[in-house]
Each structure stands twice: as C-alpha cells, then as structure tokens.
Design a protein around this ligand. Structure first.
Ligand code: GCV
Length: 659
C-alpha cells in the first residue's frame, strides 16, 4: 500500500518541497517496481504528484517501454543508499538496491524537474560520500529555565517535545523527515547533548516516546539517535558509580541498551557530551575518554549501534589571567594521545573549528591528527554565533571551505569517515527555521553531507529551484544576490580577522567587544593600546599553530604568511601591522565594518525589490528581519570601530564617524 505523504498542518511552509516541485514527475506515466516499506513511501510520493498533475503510477508491471519513469531494483550493488539514473528511448530509469536508494533517486528526479525527461542520459551512479549524515537537535523535553525548549534554537519550540513530553500528533515530524530525506539526511538525534534529568529518562522508562519519533522518521529512511548522560547508571539505575571499567556499570548499560533496541530495532545509537561544560564524564574516575566511549560502544555493538562521542572538551573555568592555557588547544591535547584506542563503532565527533562555531575559525587540527579513529565533523546550522536566524547568513561557502581543507592529500570531507553532523536550525515555527532564508542552510548542509565537494552555489541553485519552482529569473538572481555573500558580510561587521567571540555573554547575540575578555570561558582577544589578537605561534605563543602538520603549521606560524582572515586568531599584532591585502589592521577594521553595514543596506533594498515575486507572508517576515539585521549590524560597526579607535587612538583614514 502506498504510504500517504504527510499532510502539513495549516499555515506551515512546504519549504523545498512545495507541490509544484513535483510537476515534472506528477505529469508522467511512472512504473514502480520492488517491495519494502520505503518503496511504499516512494509510491505514495509519486501517487500524490500524479493526483496533482494528472499522471499515472503503476506497480510491478513489466517495463514495456510505455513509461516515462521507471523506479525499481538496479542491476548492481550500490549499497542501501546508492542509485543510478539513466534515460534511453523516452524512459528515465532510476535503479537502486535498497528502498532508501530508490527514495533518494526519486528526489533526485524531482530536483532535475523537466530536465530528467529530456533527450538521452548516460547512466550515472549516485552514492553518498558519507554514510552518516546527521542532525543533532539540542531540544529539551522540558523547558529549561535558562536555555528554553531548544538550546540555541531560533525557530520557536521543539518539533518533537512539548509540555514535557513527546508531541501527540507527529504528522509534522513525518513532514520534517520528508524534507530531510529530500536533501539526503539519514539520522537525527532527538534531544539536547546537555542531558538534564527529564531528558535522561528517555533512555529508560520514557523510551516509548523516542520509539514514536523513530516510527515517524523511519518511512523517510531516517534513523533515530539519542543523547545520553554519562551519569545515567547513577541517575537512573541507582548505582553508586558511573566508572566505565566497573562491571556493574557496564552491565547496566548493556541492559539499558538491550531494552532500547527492543523498543527501536533500528535505533542508531548514542550521542555523548562528557567532561564538557560541567557534564559528567570518565575523568571523575581517572579514566580516559576512550574508556568511556568504548563502554558505550560495547553495549551498542551487538545491535549494530554507534556511539558519537563529542571531542568538545576544554576547561570552561579558566583564569583569564593565565596566558598559558589556550582553549583552542584543548581537543587536540585531550584526544590525540587516544588515537587508535577507540572501538570500531565509536565515532569521535569533532567541531569543525577549535573553538565554538565562530563566523571564522581555522579548521580543527584534531581532524587531521586521528588517522586510526573514526571521526565525524560537526557543523552548526543553528546560527548561534552567526546572527541567530535574524540575520541572513548562508553558511554554504564556509562549510565548503572546511570540507575542502586538506590535511596531507585528504580533504576534511574524506577524513570524516564517521559522518557529517550538524546542530539543526529547525523548530515549530511555520517557516521551520525562523528566518525563511535560513532554510537554505539546512538544505545546503544535507547536500554537502551527501557530496562534500559539491559547489555550494550549485546547491543554492537547487534550493532556489525547488523552493520557488515557478520563480522568474529575477527572483533567482535576487536570492543569489542576498545569499551568496551573506556569510562574508556578516564576518565583516562582527569580530575582525578571525579573533572571534566579542558577542554578548550568555545568549551570544549582538556585540560586546569585551563581553568574554575577563571571563572563565577561554575566549580572549587581548586588545590593548598597541595591538590585538592571540599569539598562538609555537615560537612565542601558546603553541597551537604547532598542532598542525606542514604546510599549515608553517603558514600559520608567521604573521607574514598567515592568511589575513585568521591573522588575529594566530597572532597578536600592532594596529599598524600591514595585512597581505596592503591595509593596516586598524584600517581593515574600520573599512570592513562600514562595508558590512553598507552590504546589509543593499541586501535589504534588493529584498524589498522582490516584493510581488514571493508570497507576502514570506516577504514580510524576511523584510522585518532585515530591519533587525541592519540595526544590529550598525551596533556592531559602531561598537567595534569606536572600541578600537579609543584603544588605538588611530583615526579612520577616511574620516568616517566613530564614537
Ligand atoms: C549544547 C556551545 C553552546 C552550548 C552548547 C555547547 C556544545 O558552548 O553555547 O549551548 O551546548 O556549545 O556544543 O555542547
């Protein structure tokens, strides 16, 4: 029986799957062959499209050439997710061995639209580069007094949890799964890595709620994962220890995990934040993080599950007076000595930069230094430090730079053998992501996880085509104009030259140049009357630059060779230091901050000119957010420029206003 396509609740935006995106498929004669639950999902999708656009869908007849589209088992082994696409003699054929492959093949045809049905097409094999393409939701089951329902969430409440329990109706979760499948995501962790007491119980007596979410996701090929607390044996099991080498603790995890699999046979595994920002972990027992991760890996192994163990371990109670401790070094220092010690089903999940999802950071040296460990790279789609979905900041170009960065001959996208993971930006907002244009970030993440070397602009084209299928060229041009350069624009008006932070403490929105300067979080810029930046060189600084292999260690070591955009991350330099661009640091700060604001003004005007080309509700929402972005960008400009003018006493060469 074809599985009905999820019905969107009234007023919820279809995002990149509006009905019109299915016009090309829905107007055709389609044959679907094969069996299995995901084939029923494919059938449901095509049937709905045919109903809308007058086509016809048939199951399991002989392919006699009378079909425009045939979706069915392929001749070769492409794994569960791969598919082939070809067109010959007027028939477009998608072949796959697994139901997931067939579903991805169908969405590929949807993306191609009419092009999928034109001329001839040589057979092309499509396979995801990374087996795991996962979203972590930092959703709390119960509203947290400080962090709210979704930690760092800027799109309303949780899609999964409400009033302290799993939502009653899960049609919207099914719809979310559908959107995710259409961009290639195949795993979701449904609760916050900061596992508070209510959330901890999801592992045991409340696993039924997680099972319901898993049921909603499964038809779209998405596995469900759960964040767990390392202290669960004590908190939930009444044990006196959570020591990973203690037999009773190991037995407790084995039993708890068996019961999870009884409830969710295709459960993906655990996500763990341990010894990080106050979370419990193996250090309390004098054990290593490999001991901790391997204990959970052993519990998951009989069922084929994976533990995602986060490498975000650093001292968040640092004394700002102590110049020898460098937060950027921490993950590498903790984990490199453990390379080779992690079990095969333990994945070390590493943030893409050494700090915390700043608008500009170098790529984490840990990613290039763990050849005997399965690594997953973690990105942040939710815009914690990049404008909180009030600012337009399309992160595709940043992620693409990260994924293409090379250690020796291998790109980060190739080193992420344990997958690509991102913190989701979706919530129960009618536009899913608060800012309607932030949908582009979610879509781009999925597509880059499927193909890390894809060009981000091509991916953006896909998103535009799908989201606005009937868009005139002027709309596509306008969307590119406001999105393409938006990350660099954001970077221009915020913290300069890679130095990072300078955000308001706690909620991380808006400027506060010294907000973290005397705090315990290890996020300093060290500006004084002569200069600014952190000396992380091996020769005179914290030694962080030496954590890279060549050529990066040499390149970052000297201010003469360090790329401008990272200069203040790696070096403390005088305001008069001349950048590779030929400008002094202080003039660069002034210029970029004025330019950044001017670019926001221009983007706002471009968006205004698109009125009438997009639906009024979306246009109004974006327009309103541009007002806030502009207000905030001006605030950034004036605070940063005035701060550095006051510190340095050097006026702007162009005589513009500082305060
Ligand atoms: C979930 C940053 C965020 C925290 C987040 C943490 C993490 O510090 O501000 O909200 O906690 O990263 O990645 O664990």
């Amino acid at each position: 029986m074809p599985l009905p396509v999820p019905v969107l609740p009234e007023g919820v935006d279809p995002a990149w799957l509006p009905p019109a995106a299915f016009r090309a498929v829905g107007g055709r004669r389609t044959l679907i062959r094969g069996s299995g639950p995901l084939v029923e999902t494919v059938h449901g999708e095509v049937a709905q499209a045919c109903q809308l656009f007058g086509g016809r869908v048939v199951r399991d007849a002989a392919p006699d050439g009378a079909y425009d589209l045939v979706l069915g088992p392929g001749a070769e082994d492409l794994g569960d997710e791969g598919f082939t696409l070809a067109r010959e003699g007027g028939t477009t054929t998608v072949g796959a061995c697994g139901g997931r492959g067939l579903l991805y093949g169908l969405f590929h045809v949807v993306r191609l639209g009419e092009d999928a049905f034109r001329g001839e097409r040589a057979r092309v094999v499509h396979r995801p580069a990374l087996a795991l393409r996962m979203l972590d939701h930092w959703d709390n089951v119960a509203v947290h007094p400080v962090m709210g329902q979704v930690e760092r969430g800027y799109a309303g409440g949780s899609l999964f949890w409400e009033d302290g329990r799993a939502r009653g109706g899960l049609e919207r979760v099914r719809a979310y799964g559908r959107l995710l499948a259409a961009c290639g995501i195949n795993a979701v962790a449904v609760n916050n890595v900061n596992v508070h007491e209510t959330e901890a119980r999801l592992l045991t007596d409340r696993i039924g709620e997680v099972a319901r979410l898993a049921d909603a996701f499964r038809p779209y090929g998405i596995r469900t994962h759960l964040s767990v607390t390392f202290a669960a044996p004590m908190l939930l099991g009444g044990l006196l220890t959570a020591d990973p080498l203690d037999g009773t603790v190991r037995d407790w995890w084995a039993g708890a995990t068996r019961r999870v699999y009884e409830a969710i046979p295709d459960f993906g595994g655990y996500v763990v934040k341990a010894d990080s920002e106050g979370r419990p972990g193996p250090f309390a027992y004098g054990r290593s993080h490999a001991d901790g991760a391997n204990m959970l890996a052993a519990a998951l192994d009989p069922f084929g599950g994976t533990v995602h163990w986060r490498a975000f371990v650093y001292d968040h109670r640092q004394d700002w007076r102590d110049r020898t401790t460098d937060r950027a070094r921490a993950a590498y220092d903790h984990f490199v000595p453990l390379d080779g010690e992690f079990a095969g089903n333990a994945v070390l999940q590493v943030k893409h930069g050494p700090m915390d999802f700043q608008a500009r950071e170098p790529v984490s040296p840990l990613i290039g230094a763990m050849p005997r460990t399965r690594l997953a790279v973690e990105l942040q789609v939710t815009q914690e430090y990049t404008g909180q979905q009030r600012h337009v900041c399309w992160l595709g170009p940043m992620w693409s730079e990260v994924l293409r960065f090379r250690y020796d001959d291998t790109r980060v996208g190739g080193l992420a053998r344990g997958g690509l993971v991102a913190v989701s930006n979706a919530g129960d907002d009618p536009f899913w992501t608060g800012h309607p244009l932030a949908q582009a970030n979610l879509y781009t993440f999925g597509r880059l996880a499927w193909r890390p070397d894809a060009g981000p602009r091509e991916v953006l084209d896909e998103w535009i085509q799908l989201t606005f299928p009937d868009a005139p060229a002027r709309l596509a041009g306008g969307l590119h104009a406001v999105l393409d350069g938006s990350w660099r624009t954001y970077e221009k008006y915020t913290a300069p030259l890679g130095v990072g932070f300078m955000v308001q403490p706690g909620h991380h929105y808006g400027p506060s140049v010294d907000g973290y300067e005397y705090s315990p979080w290890g996020t300093y810029h060290f500006a004084d009357r002569d200069g600014v930046g952190v000396d992380r060189s091996a020769a005179t600084g914290t030694g962080y630059a030496g954590q890279y292999g060549k050529p990066w260690s040499e390149l970052y070591e000297s201010p003469d060779t360090c790329p401008d955009e990272l200069l203040l991350f790696f070096h403390h330099v005088p305001y008069g230091h001349v950048l590779r661009s030929g400008k002094t640091v202080i003039q660069h700060i002034y210029d970029t901050h004025f330019e950044g604001v001017a670019e926001v003004e221009e983007a706002r005007a471009t968006w205004a000119s698109l009125a009438g080309l997009v639906d009024p509700a979306r246009h109004a929402r974006v327009a309103e957010r541009y007002e806030e972005q502009l207000r905030c960008a001006r605030e950034w400009r004036d605070q940063v420029n005035s701060y550095f003018f006051r510190k340095s006493g050097v006026p702007d060469a162009r005589g513009r206003r500082v305060y």
